[in-house]
Design a protein around this ligand. Structure first.
Ligand code: 13P
Length: 250
């Protein structure tokens, strides 16, 4: 299984900045090792530019940070999977903690969105993860199980394993510099794996489980070597070609 090294650029970068970072990254990474895959989630406004910049770079792809659950229509401000694909995206992102906790998306809506993205031909990275209060209350498994089961509720069980990935991103580790410890990561990822196997049978072992939350060049090689860590989803440290290239090659 190839490790998926994903960058979430959130609401950063203009068209020119995004294209320049993508080019710098591809140049610094050079020939990608066979066991790696790189995925960039630029803001919508730079998606086409980044996709074009990376179109001929082997092992690199792009995705949309969000999408709506219709192909087209009177939905002001929204973007459809069809439009993402038209801009060169192969992936979509659902369930990110900022959409759950800042923009108020529910488990139910995230489930619909995940299934719709897959039905529309995108591969989807579904993010899950607990708040610090939930961890302190011993509710990590309860929260993660609910988010995975609801998130994948309407996803057909016959999909290919590579069409979906889970990103375990404990909310308290996002953008805080406070990375989860190896034991916390191993425990949470083993738990995600258990739920995936329960839902998809053997195929659940082939579905990638990424870690996200304060991943940096300094901690990536340790994180990526842990059991059931099949890649990373990186925010802050993915914004510069130099630091993300080190993560990709960690
Ligand atoms: P940071 O890497 O900045 O903690 O962000 C993680 C994240 O939210 C990726 O989706």
């Amino acid at each position: 299984m190839k490790k998926l090294m994903a960058a979430n650029w959130k609401m950063y970068k203009t068209w020119d900045e995004a294209k320049a970072t993508a080019r710098e990254l591809a140049d610094l990474v050079g020939a990608l090792p066979d066991d790696r895959e790189v995925l960039i989630f630029p803001p919508f406004t730079a998606l086409k530019g980044v996709s074009d910049e990376l179109a001929s770079v082997k092992g690199f792809s792009t995705g949309g940070q969000d999408y709506y659950i219709q192909e087209e229509g009177a939905f002001t401000g929204e973007i459809s999977p069809k439009m993402l694909k038209d801009c060169g995206a192969a992936f979509g992102l659902t369930g990110h903690s900022e959409r759950r906790h800042v923009l108020g998306e529910t488990d139910e809506y995230i489930g619909k969105k995940t299934a719709y993205g897959i039905a529309s031909g995108l591969k989807v990275v579904l993010c899950v993860g607990e708040l610090i209060e939930e961890r302190k209350a011993g509710k990590v498994e309860e929260v993660v199980e609910r988010q995975i089961r609801e998130g994948l509720k309407d996803v057909p069980r016959e999909i290919e394993a590579e069409q979906i990935a889970i990103a375990y991103e404990p909310v308290w580790a996002i953008g805080t510099g406070e990375v989860a410890g190896p034991e916390e990561i191993v425990e949470a990822h083993a738990f995600c794996r258990k739920i995936l196997v329960d839902l998809f049978g053997e195929k659940g072992n082939e579905i990638r489980v990424l870690y996200g939350g304060s991943v940096k060049p300094e901690n990536c090689s340790q994180i990526i070597s842990l059991d059931n860590v099949d890649g990373v989803l990186v925010g802050g440290a993915s914004l510069k070609g130099e630091s993300f290239s080190k993560i990709v090659l960690a």
